[in-house]
Ligand binder design. Structure first.
Ligand code: ADP
Ligand code: MG
Length: 384
């Protein structure tokens, strides 16, 4: 147990200081489920030292007995979570630093990537007993805000939206599809609900309700579509005064994204991607792969405009953003092909380098009494 804890701490300290220099990439292995066990599945993934992933392909029982050691292809990530990892551990290692950055007026985003059933929604949303990254991030955000400001100077807004078949919908207020518009802050979904959040308690229920509004497959009424992307946006706004007592308005945005199942869009090179475009494949996921390829190759032009998802995530992928990818995988040899593709994709995503610039801020006119916090709070409240 102590050994495990030490490994975890090593993995965390190893990655410290790297946020912002490139995408942080994590892999999370989920436990084998009943269906897989009943089908006689074998485990084809090993997670070692909280950062190494070994994949072993085997064709039959003999192969399994022969190869069931630390063999197979080896990959190393910023951290790799075994099937025993808790939701809290996944949150603390992958996302808590981003929450800190958002409180300093920066943008951050966390993507869950992987095949349908690999554990993306569990990682992001989780359950009431075991809440996932979305809920733990908001909980942590409120607790950090409470620690640093007793004057209520921070305003937190939540939006929860879905991209399905190139249509954007508001998951907090379902209705007509939303239109994307470009304004001075970038691409925004016109009319999207901005829910003012005051505490964590209300958030889990709100997100679960939102998840119920996700598009379902017509043939499987209770299952959310494997082709739907869900994006939770958490915007934190606050005011600070600089050395010359100018009041600065700071905005940090955290985007938490539960991507569509990756099984139909596994290409990692441009040519295969192009040949897939014509097929009936999730355009947004392909466009995301294209953007990631372009970022990896250091291209000047990044094709954000190719899909709704990439337009919405423009400020969450390149430039000023701290980005985290969590690749979710199943341990079963029955999913070996998908697991291998997901791990390759994650391995490639490690190459993306980001340039993080200073916090997002606007200078505001100096109020009459600069230091009067109460007056600032009133102004903020009036605006909302
Ligand atoms: P996805 O969103 O990738 O399609 P889900 O998150 O819905 O997959 O996971 C599929 C099933 O596996 C769900 O019933 C979920 O509760 C379970 N599951 C996934 N990951 C874990 C985990 N780490 N621990 C326990 N159960 C998990
Ligand atoms: Mg899901």
């Amino acid at each position: 147990m102590q050994e495990l804890e030490r490994e975890r701490v090593d993995a965390v300290s190893e990655k410290q200081g790297k946020v912002g220099s490139r995408i942080m990439v994590f892999v999370r292995l989920r436990p084998m489920n009943m269906k897989e066990k009943e089908a006689g599945s074998r485990c084809c993934v090993r997670v070692v030292n909280r950062r190494d992933v070994y994949l072993t392909e085997f064709a039959n029982e003999n192969d399994y007995l022969r190869l069931n050691r630390l063999r197979g292809r080896h990959f190393t990530f910023d951290a790799a979570f075994p099937d025993s990892a808790s939701q809290q551990e996944v949150y603390s290692t992958s996302t808590s630093e981003l929450v800190e950055a958002v409180l300093q007026g920066r943008n951050g985003s966390v993507f869950c990537y992987g095949a349908t059933g690999a554990g993306k929604t569990y990682t992001m949303l989780g359950t009431v007993e075991n809440p996932g990254v979305m809920v733990l991030a908001i909980k942590d955000l409120f607790s950090k805000i409470r620690q640093r400001s007793i004057d209520g100077n921070h305003v937190v807004h939540l939006s929860y939206l879905e991209v399905y078949n190139e249509t954007v919908r508001d998951l907090l207020s379902p209705g007509r599809p939303l239109v994307l518009r470009e304004d001075k802050q970038g691409i925004v979904a016109a009319g999207l609900t901005q829910y003012r959040a005051y505490s964590t308690d209300e958030v889990m229920a709100l997100l679960q309700q939102g998840n119920q509004n996700r598009t379902t497959e017509p043939t499987r009424a209770n299952e959310t579509s494997s082709r739907s992307h869900a994006i939770l946006q958490v915007v934190v706004e606050y005011r600070v005064s600089d050395a010359s007592m100018n009041i600065i308005n700071r905005v940090g945005k955290l985007s938490l994204i539960d991507l569509a199942g990756s099984e139909r869009a596994l290409a990692t090179d441009q040519r295969t991607l192009r040949s897939l475009e014509g097929a009936n494949i999730n355009r947004s996921l392909l466009a995301l792969s294209s953007c990631i390829n372009a970022l990896v190759e250091g291209k000047k032009h990044i094709p954000y405009r190719n899909s709704k998802l990439t337009q919405l995530l423009k400020d969450s992928l390149g430039g000023t953003c701290n980005t985290v990818m969590i690749a979710n995988i199943s341990p079963s040899n029955l999913s070996f092909g998908e697991t291998q593709n997901t791990v390759h994709w994650a391995d490639r995503a490690k190459e993306i380098r980001l340039k993080v610039i200073d916090a997002n801020e606007d200078q505001l006119p100096v109020p009459e009494i600069e230091t009067d916090q109460a007056k600032l709070v009133l102004e903020l409240q009036k605006e909302n």
